[in-house]
Ligand binder design. Sequence first.
Ligand code: SAH
Length: 201
Amino acid sequence: MVTEQLQARGISDQRVLAAMNKVPREEFVPPDSRAASYADGPLPIGQGQTISQPYIVALMTELLQPRKADRVLEIGTGSGYQAAVLSLCVKDVYSIELEPELAKEAAGRLRELGYANVNSKQGDGYAGWPERAPFDKIILTAAPPEIPTKLIDQLAPGGILVAPEGDRIGQDLVVITKDRNGKMSRRSVIPVMFVPMRKAA
Ligand code: SAH
């Protein structure tokens, strides 16, 4: 997976490659998908949700430019796989999942597998995690129609936010940076297709 799907497509951050090499992806997929764990595509994780293609996980992690001292917020814990990969690259990960069932399962899985620097909770990602803000990096793994202002507010100066943005017809992977003076810039990287970021009921 690391050689053929990631390095061959240009992922070069050693910290990201090492983390992708280390996290047992098969532990994050349902038992009947285990054989396909390392295949080059997304997989269903229940509740109509998916674990992203390995390349997309690696690309988004690399775009965050993870640093050892970083505190990172993730929206959309899902299986916990992206959180586990991040946790090996940074100091602390805070991850929010809307779906109670998935939130509970992921928290248990991450604890059992020993990812002690991942803090997870059930909640609405649109609100972020203000009590723990600001974050050096923020990653969304569900697509909002537009990047929520509340999340941009929780990004530290010098921070980077990576997210899919758009609807069911079209989404772009966007990178938003906030410089030391709070000035924002954004660029689109590639077209992507993520599950929608839902409004809490
Ligand atoms: N990062 C995950 C993949 C997530 S799929 C992994 O590595 O497995 C997207 C997830 O976002 C789904 O689990 C979905 O339930 C969740 N989600 C959707 N809308 C949300 C919201 N408003 N707040 C938090 N999580 C949300």
